[in-house]
Every structure is written in C-alpha cells, then in structure tokens.
Design a protein around this ligand. Structure first.
Ligand SMILES: Cc1cc2nc3c(=O)[nH]c(=O)nc-3n(C[C@H](O)[C@H](O)[C@H](O)COP(=O)(O)O)c2cc1C
Length: 201
C-alpha cells in the first residue's frame, strides 16, 4: 500500500480523545488540506469556523440535543423532510443518544470545525471533498476525527445561526471533531467488492 492508500484505509472515526490541545499550526494545515480539495467550477464554496473553546463545544452539544428533540417532535418534519426519521428504530437510536449525560454528540473533543457553505449546485459535494481531505490529513498527523451529522441540526437553530453569523443562504455543510485518539476502534465492516462494483469491459 502506498502512503495515501494507507491513510485512506487506516483512518477511523474516533470518538474518544486524549485531554490534549491541538496546536494552531496543525489546525491551519487541516484547513489548508480542505482548501486544496477539488470543487465544482473551482468555486471553493466553503468557509471554516474553528472552535477550540471546550465550553463553547459543550454548549453546542446541548444545542444539538435541544434541536434534535424539536425535530423529533415535529410530525411534519418527520413526515416530509427527513425520511430516515420515519424509521422507528432510527428514532429510538437518536433518542438514546440524546438522553445520555455524557457528550455523545461531540465526544468531549478539543476541536470542532464547521464547514459553512451556501445554496448552490454541487456545493455540498465540494464541501464533502474538503471534509475528507481534512480527516485524511488529520489522520496523517496522528489525529483522530469524526464527521458529526447530528450537528447539521444546528442549521435549524435560530440562536446558533445568529451567534455564528450564518446568512439566510448559508448552512453547515460539515461538522467535524478532531483530537488525539485515546483508542482506535476496529474498522467497521465494508461491503465486499463484488456487491458494489460492476465492470464494463
Ligand atoms: C455524513 C456523515 C455523518 C456522520 N455522522 C456521525 C454522527 O453524528 N455521530 C457519529 O458518532 N459518527 C458519525 N459519522 C461517522 C460514521 O459513523 C463512520 O464514518 C462510519 O461508521 C464508518 O466508520 P469509519 O469512519 O471508522 O470508517 C458520520 C459520518 C459521515 C460521513
């Protein structure tokens, strides 16, 4: 395996972190990795909010929980917008996560980065490329990371949008936590090649 493939295969979503800060130079390099991602029309439709303040991260975890509770309660949202939430098991899983005392949203990570984008064709895809670059670069520095989909619920949280200055057209395209891993889990199983690959020769 070459170095890139090793990073791709070796990266894991990390949810337990050492109590250790990440220095600013490393953070700047994580952002650099994002900035050099491919983007549709080279539009680079991203802005980055870098949060190192643990108090703020903790507060945001509570805001995510509050917003998720509201989303779960709103029948219309359930019915029309987020089809996965129609699934009973999925809803039970989310409720279990939300009811935990420990931070099962941002896992007490020392760093949270939001990628902010705005409505536009392929903007989400471009930001996902940036997100993956960040996670792979972080892995290459011995850091762990995890994309936190739950945090996208903050897009519906008016107080958050105001505090972080999100304009009407802007939204969280990705939320990723980073930190030095306490332990590295086994890779969750991947679908086998034959199930996901079709050759046309
Ligand atoms: C778009 C997206 C959203 C995710 N949201 C969450 C999340 O909210 N909480 C979490 O613990 N993991 C989240 N993950 C991590 C996945 O659970 C993880 O990538 C998957 O189980 C595969 O494990 P691996 O990353 O270690 O290969 C998310 C991953 C992606 C790509």
């Amino acid at each position: 395996m070459n170095a890139v493939m090793e990073a791709i295969v070796g990266r894991r979503s990390i949810r337990q972190f050492e109590d250790k800060e990440i220095d600013n130079e490393t953070i700047e390099n994580i952002i650099k990795a994002a900035r050099f991602a491919p983007s549709a029309d080279n539009r680079q439709p991203w802005r980055f909010i870098v949060i190192k303040n643990r108090e703020v991260i903790r507060r945001l975890a509570e805001e995510v929980k509050k917003t998720m509770h509201k989303i779960l309660k709103r029948r219309l949202t359930l019915k029309f917008s987020i089809k996965e939430l129609k699934d009973w098991q999925q809803r039970q899983f989310i409720k279990a996560v939300l009811s935990q005392k420990k931070d099962f949203i941002f896992f007490d990570a020392p760093l949270l980065i939001f990628i902010i984008s705005e409505k536009g064709i392929f903007n989400r895809e471009s930001c996902a490329c940036a997100a993956q670059n960040m996670m792979l670069y972080a892995h290459s520095c011995g850091l762990g990371s995890c994309w936190i989909g739950f945090a996208h619920s903050l897009n519906y949280n008016k107080a958050f949008r105001k505090e972080f200055g999100l304009e009407k057209e802007q939204f969280i395209a990705s939320a990723i936590i980073f930190g030095y891993p306490k332990n590295i889990p086994k890779a969750p199983l991947r679908k086998i090649e034959a199930d996901v690959m079709k050759w046309i020769e």
